[in-house]
Design a protein around this ligand. Structure first.
Ligand SMILES: [Zn+2]
Length: 248
């Protein structure tokens, strides 16, 4: 009897937990519920980097817990100019940072990504402390969640017609030297005859519905410029050739 009294509360707790793991409202009435214990949370496969376009961490913490002019927004992380990290949404939850867009075959980036906001007004260089802090966080996320390190992209990459962040000041080469994102290598040489730079841009991941906008996002990220013509030149082809060598 003593033994039973000791175990009864535990058994009740376990039984309750088993019932509540997947609430009835999450079960599809079109099928018979035959639960398996063999699952975990869904995993992101991309990291999207942003700049806040605001003037303080506190302002951004407020926005990311309420709304901006376009409605309710959030991100998984915010990193201050001093390098301090804030987490606003758990890694296994869908934050609202990417909006409509496309990267490769992924069409719902919010479902597939971790969003990281960098406290920056869009017209200033990013601080060393902030980039060092970001690299530490990226190492943790890619290791712990199994995100391919090369799949660290800009918000503008997936939504080139709507977004320009992070700005041309973001140090993508530095990030690639730390092992995140990707950067062209001189050793890959020049592309072969007949190389189609636009096809390569799409193959790398950029959406081409608006080619001028896609070229703009590409130039900002890989040439640090917002002022190049909205087309792809020989240098772009060389860069894309190298990027594809590294990501195939
Ligand atoms: Zn953004």
């Amino acid at each position: 009897m003593t033994y039973f009294r000791m175990w009864l509360p535990t058994l009740l707790v376990l039984a309750l937990a088993a019932c509540t793991t997947t609430p009835p409202e999450q079960r599809n009435p079109l099928a018979t519920w035959v639960p398996s214990a063999n699952f975990n949370t869904r995993m992101p496969v991309v990291v999207v980097l942003h700049h806040t376009d605001q003037h303080s961490v506190q302002q951004s913490l407020d926005t990311l817990r309420s709304a901006n002019s376009g409605g309710k927004v959030s991100a998984h992380y915010l990193i201050g100019a001093d390098g301090q990290r804030y987490q606003l949404v758990a890694d296994d939850r869908r934050a609202w940072h990417a909006g409509p867009g496309r990267w490769g075959t992924i069409t719902d980036l919010n479902s597939a990504s971790i969003g990281i906001e960098l406290d920056n007004d869009g017209d200033s260089p990013f601080t060393e402390a902030q980039i060092e802090s970001l690299i530490v966080l990226l190492a943790d996320l890619c290791e712990r969640l199994g995100i391919p390190p090369q799949q660290v992209i800009a918000h503008a990459d997936l939504a080139p017609t709507r977004k320009q962040d992070p700005s041309r000041f973001f140090p993508w080469q530095r990030l690639a030297q730390a092992g995140f994102g990707v950067w062209p290598r001189d050793s890959d040489g020049v592309p072969p005859a007949g190389f189609d730079a636009w096809q390569a841009l799409a193959q790398f991941g950029y959406p081409l519905q608006d080619r001028a906008a896609a070229a703009g996002a590409f130039h900002r990220r890989f040439r640090g410029s917002d002022a190049l013509p909205a087309e792809l030149d020989a240098e772009d082809a060389r860069i894309l050739h190298s990027l594809l060598q590294q990501t195939r």
